[in-house]
Design a protein around this ligand. Structure first.
Ligand code: ZN
Length: 133
């Protein structure tokens, strides 16, 4: 945006990203085992004991299997190491790696948690994060 890195580093305390994922319809929710390819695409270890869900489609969700949406947020606190990376004009990938090392949950990680909770599906996680790395 043409802003000097030191201005961002000294004034931004936290940055957030948000995505909306569709919620599984609770009226027709059923247990479901996603195929191995989906785990692979998302970089997940296929877990035998993990239970995932999907909506089979009903009148309430008009056969879509989803009803409503849920906001997923990724929050990146600008720590001292991240401040230094910004000043050095480090790439977004380098800054993201540092944030993950410091415990940040990426959008995809937060969405996968919601899929494991049965609130959304891995297909939906892939739909909204396919372009993320
Ligand atoms: Zn339904």
């Amino acid at each position: 945006m043409g802003i000097e890195p030191f201005l961002i580093a000294s004034s931004v305390l936290m940055t957030c990203a948000q995505r909306l994922v569709r919620r599984v319809c609770m009226n027709c929710r059923e247990e479901f085992l996603p195929d191995a390819e989906m785990f692979e695409k998302l970089g997940l270890e296929p877990k035998k004991d993990a239970v995932f869900y999907r909506g089979s489609g009903c009148d309430r969700c008009k056969g879509r299997g989803y009803l409503g949406r849920l906001a997923i947020i990724e929050a990146l606190p600008v720590s001292e190491p991240i401040r230094r990376l910004i000043i050095k004009r480090a790439s977004a990938a380098v800054i993201k790696n540092q944030a993950v090392t410091e415990g940040m949950k990426t959008l995809r990680m937060a969405e996968i948690d919601k899929a494991i909770e049965g609130v959304t599906t891995l297909e939906e996680v892939w739909r909204v994060t396919a372009e993320d790395r």
